[in-house]
Ligand binder design. Structure first.
Ligand code: F6R
Length: 243
């Protein structure tokens, strides 16, 4: 595992964007695994800037997002599909046909998950998977316990995660959907490279747990330590509980 600690959250986000851009320019047809959440907002801002100012080309890029809430459609402002359109896709030259998120309003959720796995395989697998970390130690929405061989599936969200994500739902955790579709830990571990970004002191304890505690399904993010090509970018605040 390559661990990089940057002094500020802004420089950490910039470095994460630069790592993504470097994979994009080194692959003929890059396949990116993308994450959402507050941590990633600045990363996508930087990628848009790299596209607009330095011509970073998304035309041959394919993307697969980690997760989506069950019951929210792409045009719902609270969905992850909306987030991605708003912060990244509509600002760059990515083809909409190359953009993939699990469909949270699919009639058959199990089939949707199986199709998602197949689509990743058809694309040749994910070159770089971007990851955040939740308060429960989740990556994607793999709440504890999530065995390391789990695949894309429908999960029930932990109450703590619903609290963490309540801001988009008027501050009321009960309004956060209680289910989501998420790539599994096994799906994530098959990506060729992993890039985990965590920012801020609120993440310090769970980051220490994931990076220095037991490798266990009780902390999904600890699974990244099993991967041969894994980079973790932290700011000083999120690294503050590391020994
Ligand atoms: C979102 C996702 C989640 C988030 C995590 C951190 O697609 O996969 O694992 O990365 O919950 O969220 P923030 O960045 O909002 O703290």
């Amino acid at each position: 595992m390559r661990l990089i600690i940057m002094p500020e959250s802004s420089s950490a986000m910039r470095l994460a964007a630069a790592e993504i851009a470097s994979v994009m320019t080194s692959c003929a047809s890059p396949v990116l695994g993308l994450a959402t959440g507050r941590t990633m907002e600045g990363v996508y801002g930087d990628l848009v800037r790299l596209h607009q100012k330095q011509g970073l080309d998304f035309s041959s890029t394919t993307s697969f997002n980690l997760d989506e809430y069950v019951g929210l459609s792409a045009d719902d402002r609270r969905s992850y599909h909306y987030y991605m359109n708003d912060l990244l896709f509509r600002h760059v030259n990515i083809s909409q046909t190359n953009v993939h998120l699990p469909n949270g309003v699919a009639a058959d959720l199990a089939q949707e998950c199986a199709d998602y796995e197949q689509a990743i395989r058809n694309a040749g697998g994910i070159d770089l998977q971007l990851l955040g970390i939740g308060d429960t130690g989740h990556i994607g929405f793999n709440e504890p316990p999530s065995p390391f061989d789990t695949r894309t599936r429908c999960v029930t969200l932990n109450e703590r995660t619903r609290e963490q994500n309540a801001a988009m739902f008027g501050g009321d955790p009960q309004k956060v959907p209680d289910r989501a579709l998420t790539m599994g830990v096994g799906t994530i571990l098959e990506a060729k490279h992993l890039l985990l970004l965590a920012l801020g002191s609120a993440k310090a304890d769970i980051v220490a747990c994931a990076l220095e505690g037991d490798v266990t399904p009780q902390v999904s993010a600890s699974a990244i330590r099993l991967h041969d090509h894994c980079t973790v970018i932290l700011d000083e605040a999120s690294a503050s509980a590391l020994t």
